[in-house]
Write a protein that binds this ligand. Structure first.
Ligand code: BTN
Length: 324
């Protein structure tokens, strides 16, 4: 059994002064080698740790960890069987998938870091320790796949509502569900669905929100985080609790009325409305003018076809615009 409680270790390393390897070893009752191994686990997960000869270790910057007591104060439903707080995991979406049979609607899992965070279109989602929110929620849909159309857009609206409470600049949505602040991506949504034999299906709604990211070359598009757009400090516990509360209300609403009540907000925040775009569809692409969304959440694009403008609906694909 691992005797080094990593949560506690991060707590010790958060001190303003250095903590030596010897002190850490004696605190946890393990060897220096065991401490070195666990420090490497933390560093590999993206936690930046200063190490100075003869003085020891400390965090480069303080990290706010998830705190059950703080969360409980802000969650509308703090039932412990609706929330798991993980430390480092492969992917919070995978955690829900592995446990789906035992979890109720609105169950949520959050983690400090992901080893194999996943984004849309098979991309990796950069998930360094403590720098962002990594959250997945389970929600069941008794009427099956056909009742899900527009779900990802509704979730995008929901994330944007929460982010807008913290930032001063304009928050916009890139179809289907990327959240932008001041023109750069700040959050993304990955929804995975599995069908059940009775015709119902379960959705795993994964959301990543950049809070206070380290400098990185690991992201292949312009990105930003909440800290760059908020004058004061941001509490990860407060933002995540607001997101969980908003999601549970929004998913209840979506289960009853579908996309209808989210349409207007989505259209108001449409990042590419009336702009020339290229939509990448696997190996193919189409170019036209983005005209918002249909009632089922499809992207509407005006395309020139033999001198005529034809409006087409797209349910999949990736918008590409130079610089976006
Ligand atoms: C995207 O914009 O490409 C979607 C990003 C989704 C990332 C989140 S983080 C929590 C959940 N777990 C994952 O592995 N991915 C989603």
């Amino acid at each position: 059994m691992n005797k080094v409680d990593l949560h506690r270790m991060v707590g010790l390393l958060s001190s303003d002064s250095f903590t030596s390897g010897e002190e850490l070893a004696s605190h946890f009752g393990v060897s220096r080698a065991a401490i070195a191994k666990q420090l490497k686990v933390l560093q590999d997960s993206g936690l930046e740790i200063f190490s100075v000869n003869r003085r020891g270790y400390k965090l480069k910057e303080a990290v706010e960890l998830y705190d059950q007591a703080k969360l409980n104060k802000s969650l509308s439903d703090p039932s412990t069987d609706l929330l798991d707080i993980l430390f480092i995991t492969d992917s919070t979406n995978d955690y829900i998938k592995e446990n789906a049979n035992t979890l109720g609607d609105g169950f949520v899992c959050i983690a400090e870091a992901q080893r194999q965070g996943r984004g849309r279109q098979g991309r990796e989602w950069f998930s360094p320790f403590g720098a962002s929110i990594y959250l997945s929620m389970k929600w069941g849909f008794p009427l099956g796949f056909q009742s899900l159309s527009g779900l990802s857009l509704a979730v995008g609206v929901c994330a944007s509502r929460v982010i807008s409470k913290w930032v001063e600049e304009e928050v916009t949505l890139k179809w289907p569900n990327d959240i932008y602040i001041a023109g750069k991506k700040a959050a993304g949504v990955l929804i995975e669905v599995s069908g059940n034999s009775d015709g119902s299906c379960d959705a795993i709604i994964g959301i990543g929100v950049n809070l206070h990211m380290p400098d990185t070359n690991d992201i292949d598009q312009p990105w930003t985080d909440l800290a760059k757009h908020t004058p004061g400090a941001i509490s990860k516990n407060l933002v995540v609790a607001a997101l969980i509360n908003e999601l549970r209300v929004a998913l209840t609403e979506f289960s009853h009325n579908g996309l209808a009540t989210f349409m207007e907000e989505w259209q108001e925040q449409d990042h590419f409305k009336d702009q020339n775009i290229t939509l990448i569809l696997g190996k193919n692409q189409v170019t036209g003018v983005a005209r918002g969304i249909s009632t089922s959440g499809a992207l509407l694009v005006d395309i020139e076809d033999e001198g005529k403008t034809v409006r087409k609906e797209f349910f999949g694909g990736e918008i590409s615009v130079r610089g976006a």
